[in-house]
Design a protein around this ligand. Structure first.
Ligand code: 1GP
Length: 239
């Protein structure tokens, strides 16, 4: 759904209207540019956004992937970077992530400051995003790379307070992340509680690998669901 020149505004509008969004996450490290057209053709019809990023992808590989994707689709392409080096102006927007569930200054502010030199020269929509890592039942790349501890899913109040602290700090989106390849996706209880508390769009990802899990996340209140691993191997489940 592209209504305005702003991806954030479109997402806010969709959230207000209850129109659920589906983002497919592409990890440049696992993406073959020559197969971009084939991959994109297989995407579910409901796909609304493409996210590009990974914990370890190199800058040049990210840029090549975005270029190949943009050549084959009109869907908005949003960067979901593992660090500041992955930022490229070839994309339409950037999730300007702060890992607010962690207490590592490197991912709370250092990477963000380092990205500014590039960003001021780019025409990239920057979307302030509070990124909350919850325990998905398996050690994930974000956990390893950021050296931060995911919040246990039983600590619903802490997760809600973290999300609200993000909103009060001016974040425009909250992303609840169980980690790529999570065994346990973000629970309906957590999604419901966060959605009830915040008034900004809620993204949910990690371990969503079936139509049933996707519906559960939507029913609980996710405004956008992000799916990566399930589609990486070409196993596009029916939605
Ligand atoms: C990871 O939330 C995304 O950052 C997607 O996770 O790869 O498990 O779908 P999956």
């Amino acid at each position: 759904m592209i209504l305005t020149a702003s991806i954030l505004k479109d997402l806010q509008y969709a959230t207000e209207k209850g129109l659920k969004q589906l983002a497919v996450l592409i990890d440049p490290d696992k993406f073959v540019e020559a197969e971009a057209a084939f991959f994109l053709k297989q995407l579910p019809e409901k796909t609304s956004h493409i996210l590009v990023g990974g914990s370890t992808a190199e800058a040049i590989k990210t840029s090549l992937s975005v270029t190949a994707i943009k050549a084959e689709t009109n869907l908005p392409v949003i960067l979901f970077p593992g660090d500041h080096s992955q930022i490229t102006e070839k994309a339409d927007a950037l999730l300007f992530l702060s890992l607010i569930s962690g207490r590592n200054p490197e991912y709370l502010i250092e990477q963000q400051v380092r990205s500014v030199e590039k960003l001021v020269k780019m025409d990239l929509e920057v979307i302030p995003t509070g990124y909350i890592l919850v325990d998905g039942g398996v050690e994930c790349a974000v956990h390893r790379k950021s050296n931060t501890i995911p919040i246990p899913q039983q600590e619903v109040k802490k997760i809600v307070h973290t999300a609200l602290a993000g909103q009060y700090s001016g974040k425009k989106l909250i992303y609840l992340e169980a980690g790529s390849g999570a065994k346990i996706p973000v629970s309906q209880e957590v999604i419901r509680a966060v959605k009830r508390a915040i008034s900004i769009p809620l993204l949910v990802g990690g371990g969503i690998c079936s139509g049933e899990k996707l519906s559960e996340a939507y029913t609980a209140g996710a405004d956008m669901v992000v799916i990566g691993t399930a589609f990486e191997s070409g196993n596009f489940f029916t939605l």
